[in-house]
Design a protein around this ligand. Structure first.
Ligand code: ATP
Ligand code: MG
Length: 366
């Protein structure tokens, strides 16, 4: 177990800067997830930590060992780094049994036969695959193969664990089960982990902290709750969960925490307690999560908010509740509600607290 420090990490491919001056400290035993759109630099970051690819700038240290230091010309080869790496394609050796696959890293490290047997059995037990020890990979389900791949990594006790979309090959049900199992395993092992996923539920439910990346940069680092409830910018708000963005003008500004009055595109007014100061006359974007909004009749009786007229553009029943598409002055919104709105003209309630004001017009696709 060890702390991981990434400082000023930069990696270029030709004229593409895949990772641009990334700073990240992962505490001993912490589980951190990299989340971001395709091509934002997640795998490149992991490859630099594992030493699969040599970065152009920065420094990587695990515990007391410097893995990479561009300024000093330090570069440890992958085999000298204590990283357990699991990829989306788990690449088990097809001609070896489960037990032999898991034992292989120990054979490479010249661990004695007795000790090897003990550790293989221990780690197969940990991933609940001991009964399958004599099987071959093609005799296992995708989820089981994934667990063997993880066992093969855990068996040599790496200082840190690097997981690059390990569950993305699994179907939805199996993936749910694998996630629950991974969550349990991580509390038991308490291993310093960097996890890469496209799946927000995975990121929100598994992580101590989430790192949202965009174009090689870190857009925000925070706990799942911080990222979801207080996104630093519209990109993060739009990337995590569903966000409704309403363009508006500040009619009465306020300092942070004060009551701000906004005017929407069609002249309707909205009162919000803004966490950030808003300047009178400026253009802003206010963001609400679908679950924060209500049909007017369902407004909570003891919570302040504004009522706004909208037009219904679509309704779909999604099991247990309805997703309703709305339009306010050309801005599309999505509302989650237990009952279908009866008519196309719909008054909705927006809370005074909880909406987030961003400066300027948000440059995001709603
Ligand atoms: N070997 C390479 N040669 C050239 N460009 C590369 C190479 N590897 C990655 N890149 C580029 O670097 C950028 C970051 O790639 P990376 O694989 O880190 O993205 P990612 O965040 O892991 O994306 P995904 O979610 O699709 O896996 C992309 O623009 C990609 O095209
Ligand atoms: Mg990737």
């Amino acid at each position: 177990m060890a702390e991981l420090m990434i400082e000023g990490l930069t990696k270029r491919f030709g004229n593409v800067t895949a990772v641009d001056n990334v700073n990240l400290h992962v505490a001993d035993g912490e589980f951190v997830t990299l989340l971001g759109p395709s091509g934002c630099g997640k795998s490149t970051t992991l490859a630099a930590v594992a030493g699969l690819d040599r970065a152009d700038g920065g420094r990587i240290q695990v515990g007391k060992t410097v893995y990479f230091d561009a300024a000093r010309g330090t570069y440890l080869p992958p085999e000298a780094r204590s990283c357990g790496l699991v990829f989306q394609s788990y690449a088990l050796w097809p001609h070896m049994t489960v037990a032999d696959n898991v034992a292989f890293p120990l054979t490479l490290r010249k661990v004695t036969t007795t000790e090897r047997k003990r550790r293989v059995s221990e780690v197969l037990d940990l991933v609940e695959m001991e009964p399958y020890a004599a099987r071959y990979p093609h005799e296992l389900s995708g989820g089981q193969q994934q667990r063997v791949a993880l066992a093969r990594t855990l068996v040599y006790h790496p200082a840190i664990l690097l997981l690059d979309e390990p569950l993305s090959n699994l179907d939805a049900k199996l993936r749910d089960r694998a996630r629950a199992w991974l969550a349990e395993l991580r509390t038991r092992l308490h291993l310093t982990t960097i996890y890469v996923t496209h799946d927000q539920i995975e990121a929100l439910s598994l992580s101590d902290r989430i790192v949202v990346m965009n174009g090689g940069h870190i857009a925000q680092i925070g706990t799942p709750q911080e990222i979801y409830e207080r996104p630093a910018d519209p990109f993060v708000a739009d990337f995590i969960g569903t966000t409704n963005f309403l363009p508006a003008r500040v009619l009465h500004g306020a300092a942070a925490g004060g009551l701000t009055v906004l005017e929407l595109g069609d002249g309707q007014r909205l009162e919000v307690l803004a966490e950030r100061p808003a300047t009178e006359g400026s253009t802003v974007t206010i963001a609400f999560r679908p679950e924060q909004m209500r049909i007017a009749q369902d407004a909570p009786p003891d919570e302040a908010g504004s009522l706004v007229s909208t037009r219904v553009t679509g309704r779909s029943y999604v099991g247990g509740h309805w997703q309703v598409g709305l339009d306010i002055a050309g801005a599309p919104l999505r509302l989650e509600t237990p009952r279908a709105p009866p008519e196309d003209d719909l008054r909705i309630w927006l809370p005074q607290r909880g909406g987030i004001i961003f400066r300027g017009a948000a440059d995001v696709v709603a």
